[in-house]
Write a protein that binds this ligand. Structure first.
Ligand code: PMP
Length: 448
């Protein structure tokens, strides 16, 4: 098919994720032919730096020789088989290796096939735990404003981004929500450096009053991704862990976006030196190759489900593609690459480069904030800098920046008015600088 045929057929039959299809009248979807390292190449030969790791999944670049080989090798043995009553080498190796990298108390791995499904499994696991642990009143989950945990109904229920959930509100589960950290517009007048998570008080008083009804608290550690890469300091997580311990509430860490090196460490919770009771992983787990997710938990939680079948305590949750061998084989190779190619150690010059661009972005008249955590950085465009006045959302400044950047050869898919960078960890420094330059020009172009 040539480019036009692909687009015509797409327009006739395809409904894209998170898209107002009418936008395709002026900017049709771009058919991608192949990937090479950090570049995506379309059917016309145009090259785009993948500045957002294709929705935060890609870790080592596209069409990676080692990951290609791992996938092909596993495909020649078996692509998929049922994971109930059967098991396979990549699945057990991956589980063991994930547990070895995670905090010591996380010893058990439950596989699902995407991030939202992992969150659903985590919520159900926590809920059922309390039903079987003699505290049946603990049926609700607590989450924070602007949280994002996925699009399925359970995951959306613990979300806090109105854009994605408002229309579905009557469908959602009842839960508790408290104001989360908002470091850019901190109501306590603190900076991230001076912060002692004063905003945590809201969480503390709610949990003190309602812990008898709370099964777990779910949080995206350090970076609220979909909310616009809102970055908050580790002290918040330390307070959260202590609170969960004090009141007997599960700390559920959604590391789906921030895991696998994005924050400069393997998992974001390492910055706070805390261990969650349940940890959700996905996205980078297969380097962006295959849909896979994992829910890690403690032996203590696992044991509450472990009994004679007749007790009906089993976790009867399943997905057809649970523990898919192709995905697990690629994920094992991802961990091999992390270990053998010293990926985390290699991030320092790139994080320094991001930091070196801070001043330049901050000097822009419409850059409200340049924020960074590890390999993730974001520029929040504002209408008026002093008052941090946002641009009206209807103006779609971010979408305009997306279009401007595309023309210059970069895939940047902003969130609202926030242009962010979450490139593959292996991005060469010259490509990273080019990405930053393109973003800078795009921001200048769409702000006035
Ligand atoms: N949690 C977080 C923190 C996420 O960023 C995402 C996806 N952006 C999800 C959950 C949902 O994952 P998926 O898109 O694979 O369902």
């Amino acid at each position: 098919m040539d480019t036009k045929e692909i687009i015509d057929l797409d327009r006739r039959h395809v409904w894209h994720p998170c898209t107002q299809e009418k936008d395709h009248e002026s900017l049709p979807p771009i058919p991608i032919d192949r990937g090479e390292g950090v570049y995506l190449i379309d059917t016309e030969g145009n090259r785009y730096i993948d500045g957002v790791s294709s929705w935060w999944v890609n870790v080592f670049g596209h069409s990676h020789p080692r990951l290609n080989r791992a996938l092909q090798k596993q495909a020649s043995r078996v692509a998929h088989h049922i994971f109930a009553g059967f098991t396979h080498e990549p699945g057990v190796e991956l589980a063991a290796r994930l547990c070895a990298k995670a905090p010591a108390k996380l010893e058990k791995v439950f596989y699902t096939d995407n991030g939202s499904a992992a969150v659903e499994a985590a919520l159900k696991m926590s809920f059922q735990y309390w039903q079987q642990a003699g505290e049946p009143g603990k049926t609700r989950f607590l989450s924070i404003t602007e949280a994002y945990h996925g699009e399925t109904v359970g995951a959306l229920s613990v979300g806090g981004c109105d854009l994605y959930r408002e229309v579905y509100r009557p469908l959602l589960l009842e839960g508790f929500q408290v104001q989360g950290p908002d470091c850019f517009r901190c109501p306590h007048g603190q900076s991230r450096e001076s912060c002692d998570a004063q905003c945590f008080d809201a969480m503390e008083s709610l949990v003190a009053a309602e812990h008898g009804r709370i099964a777990g608290i779910i949080i995206e550690p350090l970076i609220q991704g979909a909310a616009g890469m809102r970055i908050f300091p580790p002290v918040y997580l330390r307070k959260l862990r202590a609170l969960c311990d004090r009141y007997g509430v599960h700390y559920i860490a959604d590391e789906i976006a921030v895991g696998f090196g994005r924050t400069g460490k393997m998992f974001a919770n390492e910055h706070a030196a805390v261990a969650p009771d349940i940890m959700c992983l996905s996205k980078g787990i297969t380097g962006g190759y295959m849909p896979l997710a994992a829910v890690l938990t403690t032996d203590e939680i696992y044991q509450v489900f472990y009994d004679d079948y007749q007790s009906l305590k089993a976790f009867l949750h399943s997905h057809s593609y649970s523990g898919n061998p192709l995905a697990c084989a690629v994920a094992v190779e991802v961990l091999n690459i992390f270990d053998e190619e010293n990926i985390l150690e290699g991030l320092t010059p790139k994080m320094d480069l991001l930091e070196a661009n801070r001043e330049r972005f901050e000097a822009l008249p419409h850059a409200g904030e340049f924020r960074r955590c590890g390999m993730v950085a974001a520029v929040e465009m504002v209408q008026e800098k002093k008052g941090k006045t946002p641009y009206p959302w209807q103006e779609r400044r971010g979408y305009q920046a997306f279009q401007a950047a595309l023309k210059k050869g970069a895939l940047l898919r902003p969130l609202g008015n926030v242009v962010y960078f979450m490139p593959p960890l292996t991005i060469p420094e010259e490509d990273l600088q080019r990405l930053l330059d393109i973003a800078y020009e795009a921001i200048v172009e769409v702000t006035d």
